[in-house]
Design a protein around this ligand. Structure first.
Ligand SMILES: [Zn+2]
Length: 343
């Protein structure tokens, strides 16, 4: 925690520049204009259109979304009342395929947290991203042997993998199956990043043997100690989808990880509190196509827009080659954390 001030200062400057470049700090909204989170948060059903992600993970929307079924052979959707089980069809297929792969590897089903609102956009509460239908939160605890009831899905809490008050994993909670689940998730070419708490990343860095190439996709981030956040790349048919910079080639078990174990990332912000982007974003802040997404017709029911359960034994089949947005990873500079949450 010492003798790193020079580097930390430059990281902080780069981080600030990245925030500005990503356009995440908005001007103050005109009072009369409705907030985008209010308009998108009110959507009950997806926009009927060809599947398309528009904009960036933290500033966009999507059309042609589908829902994941509340219950599948190897998954359960948690917090159903939030109506955030919607995403780009490829993301939904991939979650289903992951559930199958993980089940084969001994994980008793996925507990699925927030994916996106039916038409994406800024959320009324919670995440800054999850706006373009390409992000999903999955709990770091397996489905119980008996399924959760609807009431339990609202109230049961995900368990932190960390030691109380520490930045490191509690070995009484962490198991090799957790590492296998994350490896399975990273194995899909479309998956570009998986966000976990730095303590979880550290645990993987310290324990994974054999092929470690997948560790590069595992990205340390604030929060994410009781769930991981799966992010796929822009999919074909989405010309307005803004990709993230490619990750570096390394496993990320380097000085960029050490930074998380200094005081700097955890120091409370000083100065006046900036408003959260979702609290100031209006439709003018989003790509203009998002207005058409809001205005698009809805399917006749949520069930009609929910992906049918696949016939037994077919989930986990290889996706068609053109579905992959994965490009070869160029050699990058040290990967920096993306902007820290303002809450
Ligand atoms: Zn998330």
């Amino acid at each position: 925690m010492t003798a790193r001030f020079g580097r930390m200062a430059s990281l902080a400057a780069l981080l600030a520049a990245a925030v500005a470049a990503a356009g995440l700090i908005e001007g103050v909204a005109v009072a009369a204009e409705p907030l985008a989170k209010t308009l998108f948060g009110a959507q009950k059903l997806p926009a009927v259109a060809a599947p398309q992600s528009i904009g960036f993970y933290s500033k966009g929307c999507f059309a042609g979304g589908v829902g994941i079924a509340p219950d599948g052979p190897h998954w359960q959707v948690m917090r159903q009342s939030r109506n955030r089980r919607w995403g780009h069809p490829r993301l939904i297929e991939l979650i289903e395929a992951l559930s199958q792969k993980a089940a084969k590897d001994g994980w008793n089903g996925l507990l699925i947290g927030d994916i996106s609102q039916p038409r994406g956009g800024p959320m009324t509460t919670g995440h800054a991203s999850h706006q373009v239908g390409l992000d999903a939160d999955i709990w770091l605890m397996p489905m119980p042997a008996g399924r959760f009831t609807e009431a339990e899905r609202e109230t049961v809490s995900a368990v932190s993998m960390l030691k109380k008050g520490a930045l490191t994993v509690d070995d009484r909670k962490w198991t090799p199956q957790h590492a296998t689940l994350l490896r399975d998730a990273a194995s899909f070419p479309e998956v570009e990043r998986i966000f976990v708490h730095p303590g979880i990343k550290k645990k993987l860095c310290d324990t994974v043997t054999g092929d470690r190439s997948w560790l590069g996709k595992i990205r340390p981030y604030w929060g994410h100690d009781s769930h991981f956040h799966l992010r796929i790349g822009c999919q074909p048919g989405s010309p307005g989808c803004k990709p993230q910079p490619a990750i570096g080639r390394g496993d990320g078990c380097d000085t960029s990880l050490d930074w998380w174990f200094t005081d700097e990332p955890w120091r409370p912000a000083t100065g006046p509190q900036k408003p959260r982007p979702r609290d100031v974003m209006t439709m003018a802040s989003l790509p203009k196509e998002c207005r058409a997404v809001l205005a698009a017709p809805a399917p006749e029911s949520a069930a009609a827009a929910t992906m049918a359960l696949p016939p037994q034994g077919t989930i986990g089949a290889a996706p068609p080659a053109q579905a992959s947005a994965f490009a070869p990873i160029p050699t990058g500079k040290v990967p920096l954390p993306t902007p820290r949450p303002t809450n």
